[in-house]
Ligand binder design. Structure first.
Ligand code: CU
Length: 143
């Protein structure tokens, strides 16, 4: 293998390392998406991932978005074969823990939607953590 070939192979690896080291030591919120809603719908849901890359335990205290009157963390639970949603007032995220919000489990419940969530569009939500502070993320809307 000649040197030129080596350099070409080394470049993607260097980029990968740079990307992962930028995330290390921090709490990050990624993969945020919302389900598109029909016209007139009052409620919507957001799924995302919280990755606590820090060494400190943290808590999600509050969520803010301009698209709805309120945004709260809910957990769907099956009780006696019936799916129920329960509000999670304060979500704990342990050091190194990844918390996945996904259909059938944790989700952000939007209530009092101000307009329909249209597939292909985006909006922003801010998650306020006790230790890490606010994290503003772009939510993409999907069908
Ligand atoms: Cu809910």
């Amino acid at each position: 293998m000649n040197m030129r070939r080596l350099a070409v192979l080394a470049l993607p690896l260097a980029l990968l390392l740079a990307a992962s080291s930028a995330m290390a030591g921090e709490l990050s919120v990624t993969y945020a998406w919302a389900r598109a809603t029909p016209p007139g719908a009052a409620m919507g849901v957001i799924y995302l991932r919280i990755d606590n890359g820090s060494t400190k335990s943290d808590r999600l205290l509050k969520l803010r978005t301009s698209v709805a009157a309120s945004a709260d963390v809910h957990r769907t639970e099956i009780v006696d074969d019936i799916a129920r949603m329960r509000e999670v007032a304060v979500l704990h995220v342990a050091p190194g823990e990844k918390v996945e919000f996904a259909p059938g489990g944790l989700h952000v419940m939007l209530m009092g939607l101000k307009k329909p969530l249209v597939a292909g569009k985006t909006f922003e939500i801010e998650l306020v953590f006790e230790v890490a502070g606010p994290r503003r993320v772009v939510v993409s809307i999907r069908d």
